[in-house]
Design a protein around this ligand. Structure first.
Ligand SMILES: Cc1cc2nc3c(=O)[nH]c(=O)nc-3n(C[C@H](O)[C@H](O)[C@H](O)COP(=O)(O)OP(=O)(O)OC[C@H]3O[C@@H](n4cnc5c(N)ncnc54)[C@H](O)[C@@H]3O)c2cc1C
Length: 510
């Protein structure tokens, strides 16, 4: 029983229904109840490459998804002004460094090529982004990649698209009704959700996807939100939809994240418009000032008339996550489980990982549910903690001191002792699998390398012992990245060209 029909609810429903072949296999039903009175949040446009696996897993055609969700390809993020607040930038691409894990790339980079940005030496992808290239060709089959990619999508279209697929193709039962009350069993489990028009609706396992209201886990069970505001100050956002200046304007194949005085601005290119938003800390900036900064940003990329006509939508949130994610026969997914600023677009990825684990580990009996719940809680507490560490890293490494916001961020370093310890370690060695050893780490060590070295962090010159052949091996990988870059730039269409092509032609299905 899934309560909530935003992106989280439909992704969870789709994964469970597809994996368990509902309705062909008897004995299991997936029902989704969503309120006609509470709209889904309708923001959340950046995803991770995991979204390709999830969409394929539930049997969606990539061409249909791209057409119907106004989706575009995303190859990573470009961070502007994060280090010094000037014109500097760096990339966090989705592709791993060439030869990652086989050679130590960091020491040879610093010794021989220190003037080249790390990501641009070890990966072909930043150049693809700089030149607005798509991550694949017209002949590349659905979900296959030349360069690793995810999507930018229209969140308002994504939920309804998944709903059509889940109800028409995967046998998910859909009830549009408002849940007014939760009924308990004697043992404390949830016995039913009571709806305004359909009365009691019963299930064995309840997936709370009710968004920020967290109706089941937060309100019914009273599981508190662990606030991470002392680490991540941002709690507000202003979002606008910006038309392109011309129908053939380039579509960036990466998210642009620009640091501001008390927050940052996301800029996401869809097929027909850009999604732009200012995320900021209400303790450090007023809404009026935040709106002025957003308008200035939009004006610089379009024209004053377009910018003036926009009316930003305000969103507020309490950054944090629930102390327990799975309690008795109720598990929260999506905003009901928690939310922190969308700096690395990790929210939908956490939804996908949650849906996958619930489906893979679907408890066969009530007795087993407690065991699965304990494992789920362990896995997702760890993921939330690592996600928060990774976001905080962007602030700790900044040298900006133009406002109290940035200074206070650095002063709060001690709040995250594990991260502080790692930063000390990384003065002498680079992030590696020894630092992140779980099988499905939310951010791999390569992501830490991209951010650390992109933001100017440098290990001590006293290098660790390096195997004799390492320098030659690393150089081979640097050359390989450069060769790949040249051949991909020659062969890949622009992001805009490929997306236009997909309006008339389909990618080959696998
Ligand atoms: C400013 C901002 C930017 C973001 N950017 C990104 C991003 O770039 N990338 C990313 O991955 N994520 C992003 N997110 C997060 C993303 O929006 C969410 O993770 C995603 O949309 C999932 O939301 P949800 O389905 O959990 O909740 P919602 O969309 O809020 O859906 C809640 C559902 O619960 C239902 N409901 C509520 N109460 C009841 C009731 N009483 N009875 C029945 N049904 C009920 C509602 O009808 C609705 O269907 C962003 C979030 C914010 C706030």
């Amino acid at each position: 029983m899934i309560v909530g029909g935003g992106s989280a609810g439909w992704l969870a429903a789709g994964v469970i229904a597809a994996d368990h072949q509902i309705p062909r296999v008897p004995g299991l039903e997936v029902t989704l109840v969503e309120s006609p009175a509470v709209s889904p949040i309708g923001v959340g446009e950046g995803t991770w490459p995991s979204m390709r696996d999830t969409l394929r897993r539930i049997g969606v055609s990539e061409t249909d998804f791209i057409r119907e969700c106004d989706a575009a390809f995303k190859q990573g993020s470009r961070f502007a002004g994060w280090t010094d607040g000037g014109g500097e930038h760096y990339y966090h691409p989705f592709s791993l460094p060439q030869g990652y894990g086989e050679a130590n790339l960091v020491m040879p980079w610093l010794r021989e090529h220190a003037a080249v940005p790390y990501a641009e030496l070890v990966s072909f992808q930043p150049q693809l982004c700089e030149r607005g290239r798509a991550p694949k060709q017209v002949t590349t089959p659905e979900y296959a990649a030349v360069a690793n990619y995810a999507y930018h999508l229209d969140a308002g279209k994504f939920g309804p698209f998944l709903q059509r697929h889940c109800t028409a193709r995967l046998g998910v039962r859909h009830i549009v009704d408002h849940v007014t009350r939760i009924e308990s069993s004697d043992n404390g489990d949830i016995a039913a959700v009571v709806t305004a028009g359909h009365g009691r609706v019963e299930g064995d396992l309840y997936v709370d996807c009710t968004g920020f209201s967290s109706l089941l886990l937060g309100q019914h069970y009273g599981v508190p939100l662990i606030s991470v505001q002392p680490q991540l100050f941002n709690d507000s956002a202003l979002a606008v939809q910006v038309p392109y200046a011309a129908a053939d304007a380039p579509i960036a194949s990466h998210t642009i994240s620009t640091a501001c005085e008390a927050g940052w601005i996301w800029d996401i290119g869809l097929q027909t418009r850009r999604g732009v938003g200012h995320v900021y800390s209400s303790a450090h900036m007023s809404d009026t000032e935040a709106e002025r900064i957003l308008r200035d940003y939009v004006t610089a990329g379009t024209d004053a008339k377009t910018a003036a006509a926009l009316s930003p939508r305000k969103l507020s949130f309490r950054p944090g996550y629930r102390q327990t994610l799975w309690q008795r026969n109720c598990v929260a997914v999506g905003l009901a489980a928690g939310f922190v600023e969308p700096l690395e677009a990790s929210a939908l990825a956490l939804v996908e990982f949650s849906a996958a684990m619930i489906s893979d580990q679907l408890p066969a009996t009530r007795a087993l549910m407690d065991t699965v719940a304990a494992r789920f809680n362990d896995a997702f507490r760890y993921r939330w903690e690592r996600a928060i560490d990774f976001l905080k890293l962007h602030y700790l490494l900044s040298r900006r001191s133009d406002s109290p916001y940035w200074r206070e961020h650095r002063a709060s370093a001690a709040v995250q002792s594990r991260l502080a310890e790692l930063l000390e370690l990384w003065r002498y060695q680079s992030p590696s699998r020894y630092d992140f050893h779980r099988i499905e780490e939310i951010f791999p060590s390569a992501s830490y390398q991209y951010v650390l070295y992109g933001m100017g962090f440098r290990p001590e010159a006293r290098a660790l012992p390096e195997p004799v052949q390492n320098a030659a091996l690393a150089q081979r990988y640097f050359d390989e990245a450069a060769t790949l870059c040249r051949s991909m730039l020659a062969a890949l269409p622009t992001n805009r060209a490929l997306l236009n092509h997909l309006q008339s032609y389909r990618l080959q299905r696998v």
